[in-house]
Structures are given as structure tokens and as C-alpha cells.
Design a protein around this ligand. Sequence first.
Ligand code: FAD
Ligand code: MLT
Ligand code: ZN
Length: 501
Amino acid sequence: MVFLKQLCISSGSVLRRYIQTSSRRQVELTSIRYPGVKRGNYGVVVDNDIATFERLIPGRVLTDSLEGYNTDWLKTCRGASQVVLRPKSTEEVSAILKYCNEKKLAVVPQGGNTGLVGGSVAVFDEIVISTQLMNNIISLDEISGTLVCQAGCVLASIEDYLSEYKLTIPVDLGAKGSCHIGGNVATNAGGVRLLRYGSLHGSVLGLEAVLASGEVVDCLSTLRKDNTGYDLKQLFIGSEGTLGLITAVSLNCPQKPQAVSVAFLGCESFQRVLDIFKESRHKLGEVMSAFEFMDSHSMVVAKENLKLKSPIGDFPFYVLIETSGSNGSHDEEKLSQFLEHVTSSEIVQDGTVATEPTKIQYIWSIRERLAEGLLHDGYCYKYDVSLPLSSFYGLVEAMRERMGNMVTRVIGYGHVGDGNLHLNLTSPEYSSEVMKKIEPFIYDWVADQKGSISAEHGLGFKKKDFIYHSKSKSAVRLMKDIKRTFDPNMILNPYKVLPDL
Ligand code: FAD
Ligand code: MLT
Ligand code: ZN
């Protein structure tokens, strides 16, 4: 067992640098852009509250230069928080929440602030409780691969830490240099490894959370099997800070793959993307660890906005397949047989394979940095939906036709292997006219196909009013009952996830 190791934030991250340089642009206040949302009947922070917070967490109460905590990563939402609290322990979180609940002060839990649905920042003046300083590894059982850590550990730092023990983390996403494991669990983040390791509902073995009342709910089990009573941890996974503040998590960490290869392929139509997926499931089977796609409009973003070069020629669609396993020559042989089949049957037009880490990383960056590249256009209208594969790309085509030249571009990419499409539209700046043309049309379209309006990013602030497009009335009513039980004063992340509370 390895105990209590403090993780440092991976400072070299491209993502972090990007956040810093682009944070100078002032974003319209959420309360002005969305005039329909009204401030709840919450207390207002006064000097006496600040003095109490100072007593609870001396030197870790911020009241100046809060721009970075008030603005979301997409630069689409801005709150007016006057105070940011940075606890280091579960006990401190408990004391803070107990006090806020008594005074009816609303709070927003914040991890790495990389969320894409406006959930991680205040809508009005909610107090930000940041997990930035809760970044200790609590224990690692090398034999079972069970890691227990505080919620504020940065995902990439955990990955670095685990690799020393030949282990890896079962969730991976483009924001890994900044996002916190607590934020990942709170959003039930999907990412590029879901195809291989499944969702966090399976990989999280236990967690600890603090309720609005300050009560600590200890479900920090490290057991693989535990059927004693209701599995309460599942309620916190994906609850986006509305049911409790997650302070620690216990994770089942797989062995680090010894051999990784990436194939980047070009093809002529989305039907071909699906053909490649079918063949790869058949021929690569257990060694396939990711299957991603991007369209030619996405490649333009990579080239023009990010100055990245395509490793192959120009095609209407691109597929990124990753294989990872324990036997390099076995995996490479499978991959080359698969590639031979898909090229000889003309499913694939061109392709390249990388086995060297820097080349693999470069190819992944073309796909993973698209979110960043889109911000160069100005404003990004971001959608993250689940759709049956038969209608998957139809939504991108429908939106392209509908929007015409109202927007700069409409692009489609995403986790085809998980049935998760990322549809993005951009314009030089936010336009309510463009927004009205997109919504609710897009959600109606998804509902008609029996898809989900949020595959992995959550509902946060921006999508909460559309929950009925994907969930029944009775399901939402039960969710509201759960919310009232966990947080009767509704202080935890108000205006998020559930409508009309
Ligand atoms: P934050 O953004 O700080 O918070 C997100 C939500 O969780 C908020 O509602 C917040 O209140 C709540 N929260 C945060 N910490 C806690 C806590 N300790 N307890 C309770 N509630 C908490 N998402 C995916 O699913 N898949 C992807 O592939 C993916 N790729 C991304 C790539 C980029 C470049 C970016 C910028 C984002 C991406 N995201 C992706 C979205 C985002 O990174 C994830 O939602 C991530 O899990 C958020 O973690 P965070 O620590 O930044 O949380
Ligand atoms: C991704 O898969 O790249 C992320 O979910 C971010 C995005 O949707 O742009
Ligand atoms: Zn994604």
C-alpha cells in the first residue's frame, strides 16, 4: 500500500496554457444573457460570513481576482461569485457546508472548471467551493489496482502516478491536464476509453461526499462486490454537484497496456465509417480500445485553427482506431490483418499507423484538440448527444442544411464506438437568433430518434430545461424528490440539472 502522496498539477498542459491566455476576453454575465432565470431566495455573503470562512479555512478564502473561477472553459457563462473557498479536507468541506446551509448561502462545487454545460460556475453570486487543494493520494493497493484519492487530484497527475506502478486510470479525456477526478465523477465523464473500460458507474468502487447539511456520507468502499443495501454512490456519479460535494473516490484501476498502436484512416462516407466500425469489432475484438471519428469540416478546424497537419490526404471522413494490449506483436498482427482487409475491400481509402508514443500523441491531438480549435472561431454552440448509429451523422447534415450561412461552420466528431456524437456550430460571437434556430430543433430531432440530449457532458445550466426530451415525467419527478431529500434548502448548485425546482 502507498499512502498520502500529494500530487502536483501537470503544469505543462496545453489546455491549461490555453485557458490562461484566452481568459482575458470578458464574457457576458449569465444572468444578463439568460434573463429568464431568477435568483433564488438565498442569503447574500456579508463581511461576517467572510470572517467565519477565514476562521474555518485560514488563508484560503479568495475575494479578489475571481475571473477564472467565474468564467467557464467555453467562455459562454459568467457568474458573479464574490468569494471562492479552497478547503483541504473533508472536515473543512463539512464545516463550510453546515454554515452555508444554516445561512441559506448557495454554493457551486468546482473542480478543474473544464465542464462544457455551464455547471461549474455560478449563475448569480453562489459561493465557489474549489477542490484545487484537495489533491492527496490516500492509498494504492498495487495488487488489486485500487486507488483511493481526494477529489481534487488532476486526472493527468493520477495517470502519471499510476504509471509508476504499471497501472492506468479507466477514464481519459482531452481535459486531463486540468479536470479533477471529483469533477469527472460528478459529471460521469465518458471520454475516449469508455469503449474499453466502461463508464465510471462501473469503475468507481466507492466515494465520500458531504451533503448540504454538512453530514459526511462515507461510501468509500474499496470492494469489487458489495450488495448490502442500495448502492448510494451511484446517485452522486453524474449528479453534477447538486446532491453533495464529492470529497474522495475509490477507483478500480486496470493494468497499463504494454503495447499501444493508433491507426488514422480516411474514407468516403459516413456509411464507410460504420463499415469500418463493424469490421474492427469483428477483426480487432478485445484489442480495440478506442474508435473515434471526425468529418472533413473538423479537419479544417485542426488545420486552420490549430495548425496541425493531417497525417494522410483529404477525405470526407476520418477514423481513429486505437489498439492496446499486453502483447505488441499479437496486436500489431491483428491490426495489420484488419487494415489489409479494409483497404483491399475499399472501405478505407488511405491510412497510417503509429506505434511510437510521440506519433500516437500527435494523431490523438488532431482529434482531442478540436474543442480548443473551435474556440478560435469565436462562440461555440456545443452539443453532445447519443444517437442510434443509423441516424448518427444525419443530425449534422440536417443542422448544416438548416443553418445555411447563419454560422461559420457545423462540424461533427465524436465517440462513434459509444454512439456519442459531438455536434458543434460556431459564429464570431454569441447570437440569440442563431440560438433560437438551433434550439429546440436539435433536441426535438434527437428525441424523435430516441436519443439522449446529453451523452457525457451532463445538463449543467445550459441544458437543464430540455431534460424532458430524454427523460420521462415520472423519472424527473423522482429526481426532484431525491434532490429535496439530499438538499432541502436547495443550496447545492442551484439552477443546474433539474428545471423548475
Ligand atoms: P468542473 O468543470 O469543475 O465541474 C463540472 C460539474 O461537476 C459542475 O456541475 C460542478 O459543480 C461539479 N463538480 C465538480 N467537482 C465536484 C465535486 N468534487 N463534487 C461535486 N460536484 C462537483 N467530458 C467528457 O465526458 N468526455 C470527454 O471526452 C471530454 N473531453 C473534454 C475535452 C476538453 C478539451 C474539455 C475542455 C472538456 C472535456 N470534457 C469531456 C468535459 C469536462 O472535462 C468533464 O465534464 C470533466 O469531467 C469535468 O471535470 P472538472 O474537474 O473540470 O469539473
Ligand atoms: C471530446 O470528445 O472532444 C469532448 O467531449 C469535448 C467536445 O465535445 O468537444
Ligand atoms: Zn467527448
